[in-house]
Design a protein around this ligand. Structure first.
Ligand SMILES: [Zn+2]
Length: 147
């Protein structure tokens, strides 16, 4: 759908990141046939080129498009290991007996607790007074408790 070959210093319609609107821009840099950087004729700002169409698509991404395709936190092996441990622990627990988490609650190691935000967790260690380390699906958390 390229009508004519664009070149640097040509004028092109683009979405301005500063004006937040589609205005005429002057092409600053191109890579082969693609416009990469443009200068806004309205505010004078230079920014990466966003075609008016492309921006629209980004805002209303159709459902089902792989938004979370990237694996979660690939940097930490320990996070994956903890998640595995958590899953294994949960299989040994009776979820119906999970103790609702409460700062005044009394917990012991290996107790299953149900936290309103973090969900099901297993008490791993009871550390300092009134503190315990709970393994949730998203990792270890230090929680208050009454010991
Ligand atoms: Zn602008």
């Amino acid at each position: 759908m390229i009508k004519k070959k664009l070149a640097a210093s040509d004028t092109i319609e683009a979405k301005c990141t500063r004006c937040k609107a589609v205005f005429n821009h002057t092409i600053v840099a191109m890579v082969e046939d693609k416009v990469v950087r443009v200068k806004c004729n309205t505010c004078g700002g230079t920014h990466n080129y966003h075609s008016p169409k492309e921006v629209k698509e980004k805002v209303s991404r159709p459902a089902g498009q792989r938004a979370a395709a990237a694996p979660r936190k690939p940097k930490k092996d320990s996070a994956a290991a903890l998640l595995e441990e958590w899953e294994a622990l949960l299989q040994t627990k009776d979820r119906s007996k999970a103790i609702p988490y409460n700062q005044q609650g009394k917990f012991r190691v290996n107790d299953l607790t149900d936290h309103p935000i973090f969900g099901l967790g297993v008490v791993r260690t009871t550390t300092k007074p009134n503190k315990m380390e709970v393994l949730f699906g998203e990792g270890l958390k230090i929680m208050r408790c009454a010991l």
